[in-house]
Design a protein around this ligand. Structure first.
Ligand code: FAD
Length: 301
């Protein structure tokens, strides 16, 4: 890639990064979008709850977005992994795995998070297909179906309460000794939600569509859908290397303008929020793009 010097480098070219790049391209800004091509929803067959694209394949949504952004000639794309970022003069220098070095005045991290899937056999195969993270994205498609929640403690109680909106055919697997209070256990049992404490061995499934949860004692429970919220980490550690603060959940801390605590560094999308959805990634990316443009105008006018 010939051009090395940009006004803005966006690390992450999925929904949030693409949305920001559209705001910036329409603001005539020289932008480089560096993307390693691993969005978190890549295994999901259909994405829901984003108007105009409800039920579309996740990769089709981003491909359409990229085609539209590509019309803005000041926006450039580079498929690579950003591996180093340092403060340099009034801006930043970003190096990629293939050895390219780019500079910019501002950086936007739209780099998402990486879900750390548990070692349960079959979990990774079913992730995003029948093992679901969010009822707003996928609950409608499995409404009233035999469903399990894998969670424990306070989070399990709240999750069970939430999911009972979509199905009453619900069981809770704590995958080890229950940490629910007696009161929570009684409430769940009154609602007909049975609790399984046995550790989980594996999921039986057909191409990611789960049919049974198999416990370590070989007992099985038939289900059509499973909800789980695995832990996650930042997909890209560069903002942390640059000194950006994270909150207790490991998300980048941003203010209402999508600015991190480090001047010149902004963040949007999943790397900043627990409200993980394409709509929110697009919205915060679009806003971050406008804020960065305004900051550049204020500096130069
Ligand atoms: C299984 C699953 C199913 C989902 N289903 C839905 C749904 O149906 N509807 C919905 O609205 N939401 C859904 N979501 C949530 C939605 O996918 C996310 O909110 C959305 O993808 C966030 O967009 P993002 O751009 O912030 O991050 P991502 O889409 O995760 O993209 C981050 C991008 O940054 C790149 N990147 C990271 N680090 C680097 C680096 N160092 N250098 C270069 N590139 C880098 C990655 O490769 C990736 O392309 C789902 C999520 C999951 C996990």
């Amino acid at each position: 890639m010939k051009q090395k010097d940009f006004e803005v480098i966006i690390i992450g070219g999925s929904y949030s990064g693409l949305s920001a790049s559209m705001s910036l391209g329409r603001s005539l800004r020289q932008v480089l979008v560096i993307d390693s091509g691993l969005p978190c929803n890549r295994q999901t067959p259909h994405s829901h709850n984003f108007i105009t694209q409800d039920g579309e394949k996740p990769a089709v949504i981003s491909a359409k977005a990229k085609l539209q952004v590509d019309l803005y000639k000041t926006v450039h794309f580079y498929n690579d992994l950003a591996v180093k970022a340092i403060k340099k003069g009034n801006g930043f220098e970003v190096s990629t795995e293939s050895g390219e070095v780019f500079i910019s005045r501002k950086i936007l991290f739209a780099s998402g998070v990486k879900d750390l899937l548990p070692e349960i056999r079959g979990f990774a195969d079913c992730w995003g297909i029948s093992v679901l993270h969010c009822p707003y994205c996928h609950g409608y498609e499995v409404k009233n179906e035999k469903t399990a929640i894998i969670a424990n403690g306070e989070m399990a109680f709240e999750y069970a309460k939430l999911i009972s909106n979509w199905t009453k055919d619900l069981r809770l697997c704590t995958n080890g000794k229950s940490a629910l209070t007696l009161e929570q256990t009684e409430i769940l049992q009154k609602k007909g939600i049975s609790i399984f404490e046995e550790e989980i061995d594996s999921f039986e499934h057909n191409d990611g569509y789960v049919s049974n949860i198999v416990f370590k004692n070989q007992e099985k429970v038939e289900v059509k859908a499973i909800y789980a919220r695995p832990p996650f980490e930042q997909h890209c550690s560069l903002p942390i290397d640059l000194g950006c603060d994270v909150n207790e959940q490991g998300l980048l801390k941003v203010d209402a303008m999508q600015k991190t605590n480090i001047p010149g560094i902004y963040a949007s999308g999943d790397c900043t929020t627990q409200m993980r959805s394409v709509a929110i990634a697009v919205s915060t990316g679009s806003f971050a793009g406008a804020v960065i443009n305004k900051d550049l105008i204020d500096e130069d006018f």
